[in-house]
Design a protein around this ligand. Sequence first.
Ligand code: BGC
Ligand code: ZN
Length: 370
Amino acid sequence: MRAVAVFPAQRQVRLVEHPEPAVVSPTEVKLRMLEVGVCGTDREIVTFQYGTPPAGAEYLVIGHESLGEAVEVGASVTRVRPGDLVVPMVRRPCPDPTCAPCRAGRQDFCASGAFTERGISGAHGFMTEFVVDDEKYMNAVPAALRGVAVLTEPLTIAEKAVAEVWKVQQRLPWTRPARAGQPHSRGQHAVVLGAGPVGLLGALLLVNAGFETTVYSRASGPHDKAGLARSFGAKYVAAESVTTRQLAEQVGNIDLVYEATGASRVAFEMLAALGTNGVFVFTGVPGRKGPVEVDTDLIMRNLVLENQIVFGTVNANRDAYEAAIRHLGTFAARWPQALHRLITSRSPLGDAPGLLTSEPTGIKNVITIS
Ligand code: BGC
Ligand code: ZN
């Protein structure tokens, strides 16, 4: 079968013939892959800054944001039936018997670092015709979400982040998640840094949770990201014309910053503008470009004197997948166009190497497999 693979030693990315996998255990499911999204992580992998083939393999089949259709299920599979749409999870637990997170099914918190990630690190990914994996890594998706379910995995990043924000903010018992569509009693303000797919999906989630949400981003380009953000009730502020300090004056007390740019300088400037009792969440993984100057005294004073919290988050657990699938349905009902506008191109598998190695354009680019 065809697959898109990266060969780190030869510094190549190309279409390969890859052996078709088969169901060999009663708990496995075989998927025909329908769509795979392309993200910044994939672009880092095809420029050989990140990503590792499976042990002993010369190449890595890439792709981790995916949607497939179950075509065969092992005898004891209960979570999926043939014909179901399925989004597989990305990370697989490490083998270390002393790794408490992995042994508890929370490999997104793996403590040994020996986890694998399909399409990223030590395990082949989903940009191929068929995939087999254990049903415990599969999430069934309603058929009505066929056109947007490829956005599930990037949305899980925001789901995990926001779930953790609520856990952290239990320290403030008067601050609670709003009921769907209802604003918070005190009007909680969120700022989203970046208007890529992770940022815009995070903004959708925060607007839906009742936050007054502002997307702060660089030039919006030919795809009207500002218009898209406004279409679902977020504000959009251009980073070129408004400083982070001015932004804080416009917004009011910034209760939450959801960072989704991977740009550390603007992120730390924004951290200095975080509000009282606020939480700052990092999701971006910047390339290492050398130190930048930040006002550490100001940031440290604010952290202490304003009870602030900063945390980073990577990957996502099953709860986050289930929440993401549920919320895609909510978003599709509340803002029917927004999710479709996030997907700005669909290209066939054969175009993937070219797309991955050329300048990124649009918001979410998707590879259509079948
Ligand atoms: C993926 C995550 C993964 C992370 C680090 C992201 O692009 O969405 O699932 O954990 O990269 O490899
Ligand atoms: Zn990704």
